[in-house]
Design a protein around this ligand. Sequence first.
Ligand code: IMP
Length: 215
Amino acid sequence: MADFIKIEDDYNGYDLKMFCVPRHYEQDLESILIPYGVISDRTERLARDIVNDMGQDALVVLCVLKGGYKFCSDLLDYIKALNRNSERSVQLRVDFIRLKSYENDQSTGEIKVVGSDNLSDLKGKDVLIVEDIVDTGNTMKRLLKLIAEHNPSSVKVASLLVKRTPRSVGYRPDYIGFEVPDKFVVGYALDYNEYFRDLSHICIINDNGKKKYAI
Ligand code: IMP
């Protein structure tokens, strides 16, 4: 089973005053759950684990938009640094897929692929899916089924976060940054109705924020 950093249910995170948060979100957040620096350091280690596990073949990194873009970008930077500085290097290709399943803080139960490259290019390739968060696991199960239809040689999943929730279908990614409590988190490209992507740290949204940005 993948290693991960477990953030306990009774952990309240850091006071907003201890770090820099945009003024426009100060009233909308309960606390900072994972500061950007910690996300970055954990991502560096995940990059090393991924490179160590990889074979010699080129890897297709499939970034799940929009929430996965920051994690994917930082992860790729760390993998590229390893490629530059070791004898062994793995060629990378980057593709994107866009999925949508959430309105407010609730899953709509329906997962839409609203944009992707030509997935038939994945045939015979080693694929690494890079995602922001696995909550129930429905999105990833659906995506894995879709990818499998295009006959890749192998598929692995790296998710920065996994939520501890009774609604989980039991799916666990191959690489996990942090396991987090069953709360709605935003920042580091994770959104609430498209807001908070412009926040560096991963934070817990408060009721004020949920009300203010509800649709
Ligand atoms: P799942 O299908 O329930 O696993 O949901 C996965 C998707 O829901 C993620 O890729 C996110 O887009 C979104 N999501 C789930 N929980 C959160 C959260 O706490 N914050 C932001 N987005 C979330």
